[in-house]
Design a protein around this ligand. Structure first.
Ligand code: F6R
Length: 607
């Protein structure tokens, strides 16, 4: 999703801005641009495609100036062309924007009637003309920005640079994230602390409705009622995070292989290994009095909640439901008194999940979140925060964040089961022991890399692939399909194995591989029956199971991936690894852009 950088410094800003934008590449984008002030005048360079295209333009036509703004754009309104790329500019101001100005049509009509000429198809351009209009009406820059921001509907973070003032940037946020970086006689804006890490680790996260006026001497922050407010300066860890790929070709591969380690780090924060019990961090949740658990998320995080629903029901006997955030926020769901709403998100900034959180709060729910970015908006708006310790996830396709989310959700479910009297002390100890084994078992599963890479050569030839599983393996099937779709562009669907004969089985022929996820658990025989139905129709089955499962599955299976035997409760964490690797190697075989797949964004900060 769009990334924003702003710098008021002492040396040429454009190269620094490009460096910071590189750190925002992981969010996904399809064009980029930079604007600076040179002799007080606005000048800009923009290019469709990757940042290297912008760098090439800058190499041909350098952009001097010690103040500047930059942007990576993930297209919403208007194609990914140079003309639609940010910064957008008039003779008075240049603007970069993340989010959507929902009332842009109305504002555009109003401003066109006043003589403003619009040159792009973007919603963002109205911000330029509205601020310019306010300046022409005699307002000073701060008043012009404040008045403009009040007119915008929708979600946005934006930064404005003003002709003739080399010591001023104004940023504002509502719904989309924006951080202020404090340097020594230099000041910065960035979409996140990660972008600012090369310059400073002193960061202020702007709150909803804030507008920040940056000068070299510091920041003045106004709240939505235009009162000057003080926001804390946090010392962030973002800079400490390694952002290289290590020995791997892609961030995604590095992140898949980091899973034993980062899941281990995460579990350490939730488990008392000596007592073999769960010890949750943060404010205690009174699980006994929770009437219902509502879990809300998007994408892969939502699949984590699907798995967690089985856990909360089976281990804690807690009435539970899951919802996709974009549906939940408008569905007018009935939320019971004493209900706990749990929001799961790697970034903690996903617009739909954040809006769903606010909706649940307004409905009087207790709010908890599982997030990977400790300083994110969701974390800041929750009563209880349960962090995952996956470290920065750069590959657009989520992998290590997913398994860490599962580690946290499993811990929560065990704690809830214990506190609600559904699990004996003995059961808690047994489950805790088994959970602690999972990082090692994931390490074992990773050893199947060569087998999976060979299978991927075949999968890469397919146009459609089905994934199926039962019980806890059903969401893993959905995750396998999602991973394959997003990075290899092969059409894939994940189904509950028992549901196949109600429709999707019509798709089966020798050209449609079916990946069956069937660890040897209580539902194994039933999944095998469904697998037989597929094979009887010429379907080619790739079976993911443990040794026992493979022994019992018969010899008609096309190809096999063996995962280590583990407690069936935690099999989703272990089975996630082969589906991630299968997607990864299929994408390699197809030569697609693994870390930044087309059309996708890492952090979806628009609705
Ligand atoms: C898929 C993927 C996305 C995210 C989704 C939610 O691999 O990464 O589906 O899971 O966009 O993002 P977060 O977890 O940041 O809320």
């Amino acid at each position: 999703m769009c990334g924003i950088v702003g710098i008021i410094g002492h040396e040429d800003a454009a190269p620094l801005i490009v460096e910071a934008l590189k750190r925002l590449e992981y969010r996904g984008y399809d064009s980029a641009g930079v604007a600076t002030l040179h002799d007080g005048q606005i000048d800009r360079r923009r290019a469709p495609g990757k940042l290297r295209n912008l760098s090439a333009v800058l190499a041909r036509e350098p952009l001097p100036g010690i103040i500047g703004i930059g942007h990576t754009r993930w297209a919403t309104h208007g194609a990914a062309t140079e003309n639609n790329a940010h910064p957008h500019a008039s003779d008075r101001v240049a603007v970069v924007h993340n989010g959507i100005i929902e009332n842009f049509r109305e504002l555009r009509e109003e401003l066109t009637a006043k003589g403003h000429v619009f040159l792009t198809e973007t919603d963002t351009e109205v911000t330029v003309h509205l601020v310019t209009d306010n300046l022409r009406a005699g307002m000073d820059p701060v008043a012009a920005a404040q008045a403009a921001v009040k007119r915008f509907e929708g979600a946005f973070a934006l930064v404005i640079m003003f002709r003739g003032d080399e010591d001023l940037l104004i940023g504002a946020r509502r719904g989309s994230p924006l951080a202020v970086g404090h340097g020594d006689g230099e000041m910065y804006f960035g979409s996140d602390a990660f972008a600012l890490a090369p310059f400073t680790n002193r960061v202020t996260y702007l709150e909803e409705g804030d507008l920040a006026v940056l000068r070299r001497s510091g920041a003045t922050i106004y709240d939505s009622a235009d009162r000057i407010v003080t926001r804390p300066v946090a010392i962030t860890q973002a800079g400490a995070a390694l952002v290289d790929k290590g020995n791997h070709r892609h961030f995604m591969a590095k992140e898949i292989y980091e899973q034993p380690e980062v899941l281990g780090h995460t579990l350490v924060a939730y488990v008392n290994a000596v007592n073999e019990s769960i010890a949750l961090p943060g404010p205690a949740i009174d699980w006994k009095s929770v009437s219902r658990l509502t879990m809300v998320a998007c994408g892969t995080s939502s699949i984590a909640t699907n798995i967690a629903q089985y856990w909360f029901e089976q281990l804690a006997r807690l009435p539970s439901g899951t919802d996709i955030a974009s549906e939940f926020r408008y569905r007018d769901a009935v939320l019971t008194k004493g209900g706990l709403s749990l929001f799961v998100s790697q970034s903690g900034e996903t617009a739909d999940t954040l809006a769903a959180l606010k909706h649940a709060r307004a409905e009087g729910q207790i709010i908890a979140s599982v997030v990977n970015v400790a300083e994110s908006s969701m974390a800041r708006e929750s009563d209880a925060v349960f962090p995952t310790h996956a470290g920065p996830e750069i590959g657009v396709a989520s992998t290590k964040a997913f398994t860490c989310q599962l580690g946290v959700l499993a811990s929560l479910a065990i704690a809830a089961g214990r506190d609600r009297g559904a699990l004996s002390r003995e059961a808690e100890a047994r489950l805790t022991r088994r959970l602690l084994e999972v990082p090692r078992l994931i390490g074992e599963a990773l050893k199947q890399e060569a087998v999976i890479a060979a299978i991927a050569q075949e999968i890469a030839k397919a146009r459609d692939v089905l994934f199926m599983g039962r019980g806890l393996a059903y969401p893993v099937a959905m995750e396998g399909a999602l991973k394959l779709k997003e990075i290899s562009y092969i059409h894939a669907e994940g189904y509950a194995a028992g549901e196949l004969k109600h429709g999707p089985i019509a798709l089966i022929d020798e050209n449609v591989p079916v990946v069956v996820i069937a660890p040897h658990d209580a539902l194994f025989e039933k999944t095998v029956s469904n697998m037989q139905e597929v094979m009887a129709r010429g379907g080619k089955v790739v079976l993911i199971s443990d040794r026992k499962g493979h022994e019992l599955a018969g010899d008609k299976v096309w190809m096999r991936i063996e995962v280590p035997q583990c407690d069936p409760v935690f099999a989703p964490l272990v089975c996630a690894v082969p589906v991630q690797l299968l997607a990864y190697y299929t994408a390699l075989a197809k030569g697609t852009d693994v870390d930044q797949p087309r059309n996708l964004a890492k952090s979806v900060t628009v609705e």
